[in-house]
Design a protein around this ligand. Structure first.
Ligand SMILES: [Ca+2]
Ligand SMILES: [Ca+2]
Length: 207
């Protein structure tokens, strides 16, 4: 068989499969909690026969100027020690550090409440003080791309030092999926077949 014809046939197949892929969005919300010199891990499960193409993580939290839960949103004087915050997300045995300790170096006066979305495609990198908005995580979230969308998402939030708590109100993951494996997977498969075909055609010509 002519290898060039085979090449274009596979290129066509890869293109058509990509264009027929259905994109889905799974939005999951997890419970929060209160930590002070401690960590909590909360999990949510996704159940889908599709494949991951993008993951964003969001967290709604307060860094507090006190040591007891429930009164965190009361603003008062004193530092919030916002350099005590750490966030990470684990899926399929892969841990992604979203925000490491000491990313934020300012101590705002009083409690702060923020809504941060970690998104590889965000235009901003994390700054030196916590503020609401879309930010690139410290470690890339695209390590989950191509994996099956059935699994458990574990969000870990940590307050690294005692006396001023971290209260996570809610967190969540937005998982974009596709009904077929990533086109790159198919392309690699197609290249393999093409390699086999060209070897066969080479052997046939030798005969
Ligand atoms: Ca994203
Ligand atoms: Ca603390």
């Amino acid at each position: 068989m002519n290898v060039e014809i085979l090449k274009s046939a596979f290129a066509g197949l890869v293109l058509s499969v990509s264009s027929f892929a259905n994109a889905g969005l799974i939005s999951l919300t997890g419970d929060g909690g209160w930590v002070d010199a401690s960590s909590l891990t909360k999990s949510v499960n996704s159940l889908s026969g599709e494949f991951i193409t993008d993951v964003n993580v969001w967290v709604d939290f307060s860094k507090c100027s006190n040591t007891s839960t429930g009164s965190c949103d009361t603003f008062n004087t004193g530092g919030t020690y916002d350099n005590e915050i750490e966030f990470s997300l684990m899926y399929n045995g892969i841990n992604v550090l979203l925000l490491p300790r000491s990313t934020f170096t300012n101590s705002n006066s009083g409690s702060i409440t923020e809504f941060i979305t970690f998104d590889n495609q965000a235009l901003q990198t994390l700054g030196t003080s916590p503020e609401s908005g879309n930010f690139q995580p410290t470690n890339a979230l695209n390590v989950f791309n191509g994996l099956s969308a059935t699994g458990s998402w574990a969000f870990t939030f940590t307050d690294t030092t005692g006396s001023d708590g971290l209260e996570v109100h809610r967190w969540g993951v937005d998982i974009t999926t596709t009904s077929v494996p990533e086109p790159t997977t198919l392309a690699i498969f197609a290249l393999g077949i093409m390699g086999l075909a060209s070897r066969r055609s080479l052997l046939a010509n030798k005969k």
